[in-house]
Design a binder for this molecule. Structure first.
Ligand code: NI
Length: 170
């Protein structure tokens, strides 16, 4: 999970199938986002279905994302619990900018841009991080990280080895 993935170069049927499988896996696991490396694929693509600060559901596919975060006086951190389908059941508080924008393309290669507030701002950052080889545990203080992985170790016995790739979509 700590390796940057390859750019998507071919917007073909294989990619469409991968995206559909990823969405099915995300829904079955009741996640708000899923990155390709979480199901063992080596391409910069994530899917999401996540509410923003107004409770509005936003869904999408982003290939080759570029994340844009506020800087200077516009940058405000939001500290909230964060989880990951690769660490099922384990949550930790993680500070992140409270708004984010991601630009990329959809699975057909058409440009897309998503602007997120609330949980969606967090989700867009979390999923883009995955594709660049970073997990949210890397973004929290060492003590909290140790606690998070300890909790994960206790909980992981309840999940199959290849979770979430192994779960059967609903
Ligand atoms: Ni995750």
């Amino acid at each position: 999970m700590h390796r940057e993935l390859n750019d998507v170069e071919h917007f073909d049927d294989n990619l469409e199938t991968l995206v559909k499988d990823m969405a099915a896996t995300m829904y079955a696991a009741q996640g708000v986002g899923l990155a390709a490396n979480q199901v063992g694929e080596d391409f910069k693509v994530f899917v999401f279905d996540c509410p923003d600060d107004d409770g509005e559901r936003v869904t999408g596919v982003v290939c080759n994302p570029v994340l844009i975060l506020p800087e200077g006086k516009d940058r405000e951190l939001d500290e909230d619990d964060e989880g990951c389908l690769s660490l099922p059941g384990a949550f930790a508080s993680c500070a992140r900018p409270d708004v984010s924008t991601v630009r990329g393309t959809d699975h057909t290669g058409a440009p897309v841009e998503f602007h997120g507030t609330g949980l969606l701002a967090r989700c867009l950052q979390h999923e883009t991080d995955h594709l660049f080889g970073m997990v949210f545990g890397d973004r929290i203080p060492e003590r909290a990280r140790k606690k998070l992985y300890k909790l994960h170790k206790q909980l992981i016995e309840d999940y199959p080895d290849d979770w979430p790739a192994s779960i059967t979509p609903l």
